[in-house]
Each structure stands twice: as C-alpha cells, then as structure tokens.
Design a protein around this ligand. Sequence first.
Ligand code: PGA
Length: 250
Amino acid sequence: MRRPLVAGNWKMNGSKESIKALLDGIKAGMGDVKEAEVAVCVPAIYIAEVESQLTGSPIMWGAQNLSNEASGAFTGEISAAMINDFNCAYVAVGHSERRTLFGEDDAMVAKKFAAARASGLKPIFCIGETLEEREQGITNDVVARQIDAVVELEGIEALADSVVAYEPVWAIGTGKTASPEQAQEVHAFIRQRIAEKSADVAEKVQILYGGSMNAGNAAELLSMADIDGGLIGGASLKAEDFLTICRAAG
Ligand code: PGA
C-alpha cells in the first residue's frame, strides 16, 4: 500500500515572521491528519529556521532545488550535502518553473536527481506537459521522455525511493486544475511506463498531482486510483487550506 504524501511548495514566498505563523498553524492541526505524510519544500535561506521549528513534529521538510555539482566554485549554488546537513527529507527536482525560467533540460534534471539521491535525499521529481503539448496530443510522449532521462542515468530502481510529481504546466498557479479523470489518465500512463521496466517499482512509487490543487478540489483528485498525494503551491501558504488537503489524502 502506498502512503499518501502531501508536500507544500512555498516557491519564493514567505518571511521569518510569516513562516513561523504558517508552521504554527499547520502543527496545531496535524492531530487530525491520520493517513498522509506531510512535508514542506521551503526557500533555501529558511531551511535552518524551518528545521528548528519542525524537529520533533510529524512534518518533514525539504528544498526546492539543488546543484548538480557536489562542491566547489559554483557561486550561489547549494549542494545536496548542504541540504542534507539540515535534515531535509526531500528536494524538488525539475519543477517546471526551473525548466522553463531557468533553462533546466532533461539532462540537467537527471543530474540533479542523481545528486540528490547520492546524498540520501528523496527527489520529488517533477514532470508535465505545457498547454501547447497537450493540445498537440503529445502529453504521454513528453512525460515518457522526462522519465526516461532519469531512468537512463539512474536506473529504474532509483524511482523506488523517489517521488514523482505530475504537474501539467498549464495548471500550475493558474487556478485551472486538471480534471480528476485527466490527471488519473496521465498518472496511470506514468505508472504503466515504470511498470514496463519494473512492476515492483511501479507499485511502490508515490505519484503526486500538482497544479492548482486546493481545499475545494483535493478530495476528488486524491480519490483517483493512481494519485498518491499532491504537490501544493498557492494553497500551501494558508495553514487551513493546506491542512484540509492533508486531511483529504488517505
Ligand atoms: P500551484 O503550484 O498549486 O500554485 O498550482 C503547484 C506547484 O507548482 O508545485
């Protein structure tokens, strides 16, 4: 049985003050979250702060990006070992904003995925098609290509202790969610693609949906057979909304 995971992606939002209030709110409501694993992926500069606030709570924390390099002359970059130094469980890899705004291609994403795993971090490996790609009818080809880039470098077994997040780019931050059926169709395809190489890994891997998931639509999306949780942007910045999604999972 796969345990559901709800992960917040705060993106470039928050301040010391707002983060404290948000985490206090989430921690206070965790008593009702019975089934789901819960995590927050936070801006790197606040990871230490978040670690001190969440240590001893059931909530895990992580980063939103990492360098593909291990150490050295890479000004401004943050390595997997550094992220691990602050007891992060997760790091998002290949988020569509990284791919489109910061030029990360499949090869770079695969290297980052490898760097995360080498350090003992669980990648939340993000994939998904643009609106144009969906309209061209090539959604499956796009997600297959994105998955294959990682599998070719790291092997299928690497996905067993990773998380895949299917995030249609057209649904991210737009308020336009994929319908439960649309999302389920792609999730099933992703699991099938993985099963072609390993049925065991396909059975184990958590596949999250992301893209305007919120307190109102989460239950329906999360009820689908191959949707094992959510990667939540906007709605993860409000404690009550995030908790509603966490309660809906599982
Ligand atoms: P959103 O973002 O929930 O605000 O659409 C999701 C994500 O980018 O991970």
